[in-house]
Design a protein around this ligand. Structure first.
Ligand code: OGA
Ligand code: NI
Length: 353
């Protein structure tokens, strides 16, 4: 039985990289989005998106100024870029190299990791869920749990041989950075950190390593559809342009490349904890004809089974509880039977007044 399902998954699988390697002149029909959902190049509005210099987060006298900047960015966009974040360039470049080498492997090397089970701790795939997607997205990915590293690293790809070392170093560095950022963000909400310390330590880190190969018709498709991430925050590293975020006037803004910067995106868990003071950022990925693009999204969340609801400090008569509580596991259960291209998870837990 299991063998049959496995065969079916295997036989129906075509990675985006395979299509690019075959030099298909057109994207196959099942990648073509309806016109209203295609990327709109003429609507590419240039707004200045916030950049926060984190070097001043550690200086007592400048911390509050930096927190103010973070607060404004969270309010306005649920998004900012960080510079002077403390992760050495060599660690960042090594992680991107490991990603490139992994995706360059022959398909047979990657297939043993293929899985459409969203609960699997390591899985390779394409699109969102190629077995059930009605429209496919021009992306291949590998996802793996990453914290604490010693619980998971032995399950990560063993090929290329340097993958575990290089990706592991980046995973550890990004975990340190996210802790500083989440503490800062919770402080801007006036929340008491001591209640949350243990959950933050034991939180989940899911790294999604994405490969968006060169695409023959980038105007007809997307690398990822509009969505928000489920966690507290996502730290994103990317090799080139293609990320767009939705502003509060419903315009898609292309995120400019800033040398050495990492992107910080608020996720649904922060929206819920903040009782809607901050919103998770809706984002999508466009693809390009000439170059492939790699990205590493490190999605941080509270522990798998921890239920998260609006913080008591942020609920009062003027601000009634606006969300039902949820855990990361609830989110995984949701995506195992719903497609995020059809509707957002967070809308399913909003309370109607
Ligand atoms: C994601 C994501 C953005 C990117 O993996 O959730 O939004 O630029 N990635 O690849
Ligand atoms: Ni995302």
């Amino acid at each position: 039985m299991e063998g049959e399902e496995g065969d079916c998954l295997y036989n129906s699988f075509t990675s985006a990289m395979t299509l690019t390697k075959m030099r298909v002149p057109h994207v196959p029909r099942h990648y073509v989005l309806p016109p209203s959902k295609r990327p709109n190049p003429t609507l590419d509005i240039t707004t200045t998106l916030p950049i926060v210099d984190l070097s001043s987060l550690h200086h007592a006298s400048q911390r509050s100024l930096t927190l103010d900047k973070i607060k404004i960015a969270c309010n306005e966009f649920g998004f900012f870029q960080v510079i002077n974040h403390g992760i050495p360039l060599s660690i960042v470049n090594d992680a991107l190299d490991a990603a490139a080498e992994f995706f360059n492997l022959p398909l047979e090397e990657k297939m043993p990791l293929l899985s459409d089970n969203v609960h699997a701790p390591v899985r390779y795939g394409t699109s969102l869920n190629h077995a059930s997607d009605k429209v496919h997205f021009w992306r291949d990915f590998i996802k793996h749990y990453s914290h604490p590293l010693s619980d998971w690293i032995h399950l990560w790809p063993s090929n290329p041989p340097s993958y575990r070392d290089k990706m592991g170093n980046y995973a550890k560095a990004v975990q340190v950075l996210q802790k500083q950022l989440i503490e800062a963000i919770l402080e801007t909400l006036g929340l008491n950190l001591s209640n949350l310390q243990e959950d933050l330590e034991e939180g989940n880190q899911l790294m999604t390593i994405n490969c968006y190969p060169a695409c023959p018709e980038p105007d007809l498709t997307l690398g990822m559809p509009p969505h928000s991430d489920y966690g507290t925050l996502t730290i994103l590293l990317r090799s080139g342009p293609g990320l767009q975020i939705l502003d509060n006037k419903k315009n898609w803004l292309s995120v400019p490349l800033v040398e050495g910067a990492l992107m910080v995106q608020l996720g649904d868990q922060i929206e819920v904890m903040s009782n809607g003071r901050y919103k998770s950022v809706v984002h999508q990925v466009t693809v390009r004809e000439e170059n492939r693009r790699l990205s590493i999204a490190s999605i941080h969340s509270l522990p798998l089974n921890k239920k998260i609801g609006p913080a008591a400090e942020l609920v009062d008569e003027q601000h009634p509880e606006s969300y039902k509580e949820f855990s990361f596991r609830d989110f995984l259960d949701f995506i195992s039977s719903n497609n995020i291209a059809d509707g957002r998870f967070i809308d399913s837990i909003k309370k109607t007044a």
